[in-house]
Design a protein around this ligand. Structure first.
Ligand code: GDP
Ligand code: MG
Length: 373
């Protein structure tokens, strides 16, 4: 019998089963599951894998589960919220260019003189007056974190495909991530300004994968565009809003905030800076927050333009100051009523982590993986 918490990584599961992580990976492959070393596994996957190695599984509830459990909102308290979008696709197909185009064309238009700095998430106002939040983080990370914590930090996925290229391995991976997570996709067929662009070829390749676009009678939205000239970008944003409308995204703004950590770092002078996406409730200056093992009062909040904020409601990305350390991307951040409560949970997480690292001491290095493959 194997006692294990859900969402353990493939690597840690290997250590618990006393097998190599490669055995886990190849077992998964033979079962038709594609798993990477640090990928966290859900209950179903863990059960199947353990069974292959002759174990029955008993899931122990982690303190994390108890913390993440949310009280159901009264439907009357729910209001519409902006969609949170992740852009994914093959390397060099134009993800960064598209994000940059959207950010700079939208940001500088409504606020001249604002400081533009890198932040892992931002939001824009479309020409039609609707907000859209973007995660500027490698798509697969967002999706892994999302699956690991069961927290949904992406509502819509934009899959960027270069029209002068083809559907590539990372394109397929991105599509797979979105499908597994049940997140609707919009195909952004990019680089149409290039003389050798062939959007029809991309559409055909999609059709061959059973992904028929609306224009061809299917159900998937697509948009031809150029992240360089900006052609088609506004239309893409409208399609995101259309998708969001169907999803009827809602959240309760009148409660303690819950969100997800996007990234965190130590800034000389300012201390720990944590970028989060608020998902429900409203975060306020002075709130006692806890993310991972780190807690503290919110001292200041900024948007991606560096503008100070006093509050941040659902679907708002903010940078906040005040945590005692840098939590990990994907950690849930929550507000507590007392500092004592936050500290106690932080301490018990610290302890759990120590115990787990003792159990799974056999950490594998990249070099070892290379030798085993
Ligand atoms: P990423 O790896 O997906 O983030 O791709 P990048 O945004 O870094 O783009 C890769 C290269 O393609 C860069 O040299 C971009 O300037 C170029 N690029 C991206 N979008 C377009 C486009 O719409 N048209 C043209 N002509 N070049 C583009
Ligand atoms: Mg890039």
């Amino acid at each position: 019998l194997l006692k294990v918490t859900e969402f353990i990584s493939a690597n840690d599961l290997a250590a618990l089963l006393d097998v190599s992580v490669n055995q886990i990976i190849s077992t998964c492959m033979s079962l038709g599951m594609f798993v990477s070393i640090n990928q966290r596994l859900d209950a179903e996957a863990i059960t199947i894998i353990a069974d292959e190695f002759g174990y029955d599984v008993e899931f122990t509830k982690s303190i994390e589960d108890e913390i993440v459990e949310e009280v159901e909102d009264d439907p009357e308290d729910l209001i519409e919220r902006a969609p949170i979008v992740t852009i994914m696709g093959h390397v060099d197909h134009g993800k960064t260019s598209l994000l940059d185009y959207i950010r700079t064309s939208k940001v500088t238009a409504d606020e001249a003189g604002g400081i533009t700095q890198h932040i892992g998430a931002y939001d824009v106002m479309t020409k039609t007056g609707h907000k859209i939040a973007f995660l500027d983080t490698p798509g697969h990370e967002a999706f892994t974190a999302m699956r690991a914590r069961g927290a949904k930090i992406t509502d819509v996925a934009i899959i960027v495909i270069a029209a002068d290229d083809s559907i590539m391995p990372q394109t397929k991976e991105a599509i797979n991530h979105a499908q597994v997570a049940g997140v609707p996709m919009i195909f952004a067929i990019n680089k149409i300004d290039k003389p050798n662009a062939n959007p029809n070829k991309i559409k055909e390749e999609l059709a061959n994968m059973n992904l028929l676009i609306e224009e061809w009678g299917g159900k998937y939205q697509s948009q031809e565009l150029s992240a360089k000239t900006g052609e088609g970008v506004d239309d893409l944003l409208e399609k995101v809003l259309l998708e969001a409308e169907v999803l009827e995204l809602k959240a309760n703004p009148d409660k303690n905030a819950v969100g997800t950590v996007i990234e965190a770092s130590l800034d000389k002078g300012r201390g720990y800076v944590t970028t989060i996406m608020v998902q429900s409730g409203t975060l306020k200056i002075g709130d006692i927050t806890l993310a991972g093992k780190h807690y503290g009062r919110v001292k200041a909040m900024f948007d991606h333009k560096g503008k100070k904020l006093k509050t941040a409601g659902p679907s708002t990305p903010v940078q906040l100051l005040g945590l005692s350390g840098a939590p990990q991307a994907g950690d849930i951040i929550k507000v507590y009523d007392t500092e004592r409560e936050a500290r106690e949970i932080a301490n018990s997480r610290e302890q759990i982590q120590r115990e787990q690292s003792l159990r799974t001491k056999k950490h594998i290095t990249l070099d070892e993986i290379g030798r085993r493959l």
